[in-house]
Ligand binder design. Structure first.
Ligand code: ADP
Ligand code: ASP
Ligand code: MG
Length: 411
């Protein structure tokens, strides 16, 4: 008989969205276990549940205390974990559901976006050693002194799965979702997007952090750091999915492997700030002190060089906070005004081949220009190019770029 493997399976919201879907998850888990594997499940809240809870919180308080939000939101995953464990028991296998705290997922105390510091794998290990399936509530952790429940940011169950797989040194971490792998673009937007058999950790990390929500970006960072063998596949089929792995030789030959779009940012512009040393430092240190992460920054200096406009993007959820801070700093600097633009989209092309091939940027800009789409901001790194454009053109831009870079054809 083959040696027993340890497999971590994570099921997203749609995959546990109904009673029948939970039963299907239980069946797959039981089948995997009966094929001589140790099985650990990580589940998300049932689809729509986290959004529903956020809406409810908003009806109680204009900006709900983050500690209480974490108490509230973490309950969604506990419900699906307990129901999944019950479904497994109904199929005749033993299962135990565990909250983040019971597992020992230790995080810092940044409520709603906590970082995992350590995973005590003892309780889960004991569960599988006793021949049971462990069903872990994703997305949540606990502070070191066990006093506070935290959550890991939207999409955080992916991170729970990868972190638990790393701690257990699992043979495989499978992310089950509602599409059958990682595609060259969001298959719900670009109809002829192509499923990739494999993708490098670096490309996946860029795609995820640039808006491809199929994997949470921190989970990819973690998987890359600990070299967790990761597969993205569908909970609705038996298709093999996409392997996220270390870069190999043939990946370099593909200039662009994917397109991502992020519509969750806003652009702020401080108009007419004096153009002298120290101004940018003042604005951005004030924003950083609030824990707001700034993404793209562009500065335009007036023709006579006396004043500048500074534009930058932040996550939509931080829009209010960023506006307050920028307005107050801008006033002390004698700036004209601060404006916010929220209907923007950041479109990005990603590929490790960009390291060795030139021309991708020119082709991207030309494509946007041919479609009369104005570029408001540009940023590049070794393996990606991003442009901020009007939000209303986001789908058109993704489809046109997909076409021009011929992504529907295998590289
Ligand atoms: P889950 O609830 O299972 O975590 P998500 O909704 O977070 O699922 O992620 C899956 C979704 O990611 C898909 O339905 C798809 O619309 C979107 N997506 C965006 N970019 C991509 C891509 N490049 N490949 C596959 N899916 C993508
Ligand atoms: N339920 C959480 C969310 O909707 C976490 C997750 O699904 O991964 O963001
Ligand atoms: Mg997700």
């Amino acid at each position: 008989m083959l040696a027993k493997k340890l497999i971590v399976q994570k099921y997203g919201g749609t995959s546990v969205g109904t009673k029948d879907r939970i039963m299907a998850v239980a069946q797959r888990a039981v089948k995997t276990k009966r094929a001589n594997n140790a099985v650990v499940l990580v589940v998300s809240a049932m689809s729509g549940e986290t959004d529903r809870l956020i809406r409810l919180a908003g009806e109680m308080h204009e900006s709900p205390p983050e500690r209480e939000l974490d108490m509230l939101l973490s309950s969604g995953e506990r419900i699906s974990a307990a129901l999944t464990a019950m479904a497994i028991e109904a199929l005749g296998e033993k299962a135990v559901s565990l909250s983040g705290r019971q597992v020992g997922i230790i995080t810092d105390s940044m409520h709603t976006k906590a970082k995992i510091e350590h995973v005590h794998a003892g309780r889960v290990r004991q569960t599988i050693d006793e021949d049971m399936i462990a069903v872990i509530a994703g997305f949540q952790g606990v502070t070191e002194d066990m006093s506070e429940v935290t959550t890991l940011g939207r999409g955080g169950s992916d991170l729970t799965a990868v972190a638990v797989a790393a701690a257990l040194r699992a043979d495989l971490c499978e992310i089950y979702t509602d599409v059958d792998g990682v595609y060259t673009a969001d298959p719900n937007v670009v109809k002829n997007a192509r499923k990739l058999d494999k993708i490098s950790y670096d490309e996946m990390l860029e795609l995820a952090s640039l808006g491809a929500k199929v994997l949470q970006s921190r989970s990819v960072e973690f998987a890359s750091k600990y070299e967790v063998p990761l597969v993205v596949r569908s909970s609705f089929s038996e298709e093999p999915g996409t392997l996220v792995m270390k870069e190999d030789k043939d990946m370099e030959n593909v200039v662009v492997s994917g397109i991502a779009c992020d519509k969750n940012q806003v652009k702020l512009t401080a108009l007419g700030v004096p153009d002298k040393p120290g101004i940018a430092a003042k604005i951005f240190s004030a924003i950083a002190q609030r824990g707001i992460v700034v993404d793209m920054i562009v500065q335009n200096v007036s023709a006579d060089g006396s004043v500048a406009d500074i534009s930058f993007t932040v996550p939509k959820t931080d829009s209010k906070g960023a506006l307050e801070i920028t307005t107050s700093v801008a006033q002390t600097l004698g700036a004209k005004s601060v404006i916010v633009k929220d209907d923007i989209a950041k479109i990005s092309i990603v590929g490790v081949g960009m390291r060795t091939h030139s021309g991708a940027a020119a082709k991207m800009f030309q494509t946007l220009s041919d479609n009369n789409i104005n570029i408001m901001m540009i940023s590049t790194s070794e393996i990606k190019i991003s442009c901020v454009i009007e939000g209303k053109y986001s789908e058109l831009a993704q489809r046109e770029l997909h076409e021009v870079f011929a992504l529907e054809k295998a590289g």
